[in-house]
Ligand binder design. Structure first.
Ligand code: PAF
Length: 284
């Protein structure tokens, strides 16, 4: 496995692989790799011939007062995970590689970034789409892998790729959960044992939604009320939002129907957690 720190070196490695006819798979990450990332990497290894993982904690997607400074950066452990998982190249640039001077050019996906997390993290998605556009230009992959846990991010990136005619397939992989249902996330590292127990209520609330849909209850307001009750059992949870939206347009829905995203964001102490499920009544 090669570790590229510069744009020139990662481009050279990818160019060499492509000249041998290899299909380039790409997993963008901010490091602090966990089993969710390993699943993305394993999928990339299966679906492509040459896998690049980027590890870059992107300052542009953190708002003032968010956890950019304290975001975990265990680079050696991350490299070991990548090596074991069969990655070909890790691209781990310093900040000055990615942003050598003041960034004046931004990629902004409209509308889809205004709801859900976009309401609570102004500028976040502009930072994500800008860094992903830069990474896609640098790595020039054929196929890139994102997690369903960050559902809005995946939807926004898919739209950016379509709108900007990026010749790239986006694959969204299912959320990986710990046995209690908690969606794995680098930010789970911030939680105490007690907070982790509370965090499991997020998935319990989503399961409640699924149970209600299974018995024919589809009214959003009724479902959200019951989900709130579940979350209120966890004393440390502060709800940011519970939203039932169309899984493509992210518009709020009064009633669950086809391709619906049920998304939750909470705060536990200073840690922000998100999770979601997809519900599709046409597949019931
Ligand atoms: O999902 C993430 O880890 C980040 O938002 C991403 C896609 C690597 C962009 O910095």
């Amino acid at each position: 496995m090669e570790v590229a720190k510069t744009i020139v070196s990662v481009r050279g490695l990818v160019k060499a692989a492509r000249s041998k006819g290899k299909r380039i798979g790409f997993v963008p990450t901010m490091g602090a790799l966990h089993i969710g990332h390993i699943f993305l990497i394993e999928t990339a290894v299966k679906k492509s011939d040459f896998v690049v993982v980027s590890i870059f904690v992107n300052p542009a997607q953190f708002g003032p007062g968010e956890d950019f400074e304290k975001y975990p950066r265990p680079l050696e452990a991350d490299l070991e995970i990548c090596r074991k998982a069969g990655v070909d190249v890790v691209f781990a640039p310093a900040c000055r590689q990615m942003y050598p001077s003041e960034n004046l050019t931004w990629v902004n996906v409209e509308k889809l970034t205004e709801q859900l997390c976009g309401r609570f993290r102004p500028g976040h998605f502009r930072g994500v789409t800008t860094v992903c556009a830069k990474l896609f230009n640098i790595v020039a992959p054929d196929i890139a892998f994102f997690g369903q846990k960050d559902a809005q991010q995946a939807i926004v990136i898919k739209r950016m790729v379509v709108d900007l005619n990026v010749p790239l397939e986006i694959v969204v992989c299912p959320t990986v959960r710990s046995p209690d249902g908690l969606a794995v996330s680098s930010r789970n590292k911030y939680l105490t044992v007690e907070q982790k127990k509370d965090a499991a209520f997020v998935y319990k609330s989503l399961q409640k939604c699924r149970e209600m849909v299974d018995v024919g209850i589809t009214d959003s307001r009724t479902i959200i009320t019951e989900m709130r009750k579940i979350l209120s059992r966890a004393l440390s949870i502060e709800i940011e939002y519970i939203s039932i939206v169309d899984a493509e347009t992210l518009q709020e829905l009064d009633r669950i129907g086809r391709r619906v995203l049920v998304a939750v964001a909470v705060r536990i102490g200073s840690t922000r957690l998100i999770d979601n499920i997809l519900v599709d009544l046409s597949k019931q």
